[in-house]
Design a protein around this ligand. Structure first.
Ligand SMILES: Cc1ncc(COP(=O)(O)O)c(C=O)c1O
Length: 447
């Protein structure tokens, strides 16, 4: 790590901490729907591996990774050097020209997925990637019906908002899709108030009931996140997707796996979420962490589904030389440093330490997740499970004051989301737990 004092001195003289002024200008010039973390929002000016630094030079342990997007870590030379070289070579040519790194990345993605998944289309975001998935499946099946899960999040466009089962994110209900929502596999708050495994996986069985009762019988696709991200890292039981896939196969319905948050080894046990659940999708949607923070997204699909678009279709920036070079460098880094195995080991340790924390802090209602995608759901009372979003707000502020960044999510904004860069180690977890312990104590002292 470079000398932090040197950096702090430089920003003090050349670029003083002006977060208050930035906040005022943010509010003046940006859409009010763009929310910010914290009572006193901060600018993250610099990052180095698992750490980020604000305008005053304060160091934070980054346990949110820019929403599960800085997948390897900040400012890693093995990833940034090839990006810089590509910037100096050519930034953009458009998809009307051959792009070597794009083709190589598509080949790499094919090699990482089941052999049936053969064709890639690159976009710039997860929203656009889901749009592409919805386009090919609706064209293929000549149907605009989609089955989605409650508490899901698939993006911010007209189609994807309306495939997202969370009212706080549904700014419009104008949609080209007709979406049917099934109850989600949320064991902590089971929609049927049952307990796993005695429940007999009613949530999976609901998919068949939905197909038979409220669809035309020929929906275009079923879409799901293997672990629901924005919904609060809701982690289905192990057999959920196997059971759902059996139903989908019986009705010939394609499965879209939205891996925007769950890919690249984050879940520890596999490269992709669908592999962690032992199923094969027909379309895989990816974005966020692929290029360690450089914007990129896309889908990989079967030949049949990819061929459903008969007209012309392009994304000007999709598969751009810089983004695809960044993605290749990042995938190489993840593989070379075995970060997936690190996610499994450190994630397991993190879950254990959080469960210990839950013994001391009754506001923790549930600890769940897989690998380095871990959630802590806060409740006012463990018996009633009444959500405690205000406590989470205080915990988040207190953690920040002590040098830790954590995320939030869930329908009620009462779920701490922890998804650090995959390089973090057990010592980082110990640091985070110490800070969280203090933050919980202060945040709940007024209760
Ligand atoms: C599972 C999932 N799908 C899609 C999206 C949309 O991605 P983007 O914000 O890049 O458009 C997100 C964003 O959080 C997501 O978590």
């Amino acid at each position: 790590m470079t000398d932090l004092r040197e950096y702090a001195a430089a920003v003090e003289t050349e670029w003083p901490d002006d977060a208050d002024d930035l906040l005022r200008r943010h509010q003046e010039s940006l859409f009010p729907s763009v929310g910010l973390f914290y009572d006193e929002p901060i600018e993250l000016r610099r990052g180095e591996r698992q750490y980020v630094y604000d305008g005053a030079g304060n160091q934070y342990l980054d346990f949110f990774g820019g929403i599960a997007t800085v997948s390897s870590g900040h400012a890693i030379p093995e990833i940034n050097d090839p990006i810089k070289e590509q910037l100096d070579r050519i930034i953009h040519s458009s998809t009307l020209f051959l792009i070597r790194s794009q083709i190589e990345l598509a080949e790499r993605l094919r090699a990482m997925t089941p052999p049936r998944l053969n064709k890639v289309f690159f976009t710039n975001s997860g929203t656009e990637a889901n749009e592409a998935a919805f386009l090919i499946t609706t064209l293929n099946r000549q149907s605009n019906e989609l089955i989605a899960l409650r508490h899901s999040y698939h993006g911010r466009s007209f189609a994807t908002i309306n495939a997202s089962g969370q009212t706080p994110w549904r700014s419009s209900t104008l949609s080209p899709l007709h979406v049917h929502y099934v109850g989600n596999p949320y064991c902590y708050r089971c929609p049927w108030e049952k307990t796993y495994p005695e429940c007999g996986l009613l949530c999976a069985r609901d998919v068949e009931a939905m197909i038979r009762t409220t669809t035309s019988g020929q929906p275009a696709a079923f879409v799901a996140e293997p672990v629901q991200g924005v919904g609060g890292f809701i982690t289905p039981p192990p057999e959920y997707f196997i059971r759902v896939k059996e139903i989908l196969d019986r009705y010939g319905i394609p499965f879209i796996s939205d891996e925007v948050q769950t890919a690249w080894g984050r879940l520890g046990v596999a490269d992709w979420g669908f592999q962690a659940y032992g199923v094969e999708p027909d379309v895989v949607v990816f974005a966020k962490g692929l290029a360690n923070g450089v914007p990129i997204g896309g889908v990989i699909a079967t030949d049949e589904l990819a061929g459903a678009i008969r007209s012309l279709s392009l994304s000007t920036f999709g598969g751009n030389p810089v983004a695809t070079t960044a993605a290749m460098a990042n995938l190489n880094y993840i593989a070379t440093h075995n970060l997936r195995e690190n996610a499994r080991r450190v994630g397991g340790y993190l879950m254990g330490r959080l469960r210990e924390l839950a013994e001391r802090h009754p506001v923790i209602g549930d600890v769940r997740g897989m690998g380095l995608m871990v959630a802590v759901e806060l409740v006012r009372d463990r018996a009633t499970k009444e959500p405690a979003p205000d406590v989470l707000g205080r915990v988040q502020n207190e953690a920040k004051r002590r040098g830790l960044i954590i995320g939030r999510g869930g329908l009620h904004a009462n779920v701490i989301r922890i998804c650090p860069p995959l390089i973090v180690g057990e010592r980082d977890v110990d640091d985070a737990i110490r800070i969280l312990d203090d933050a919980f104590t202060v945040a709940t002292s007024a209760l």
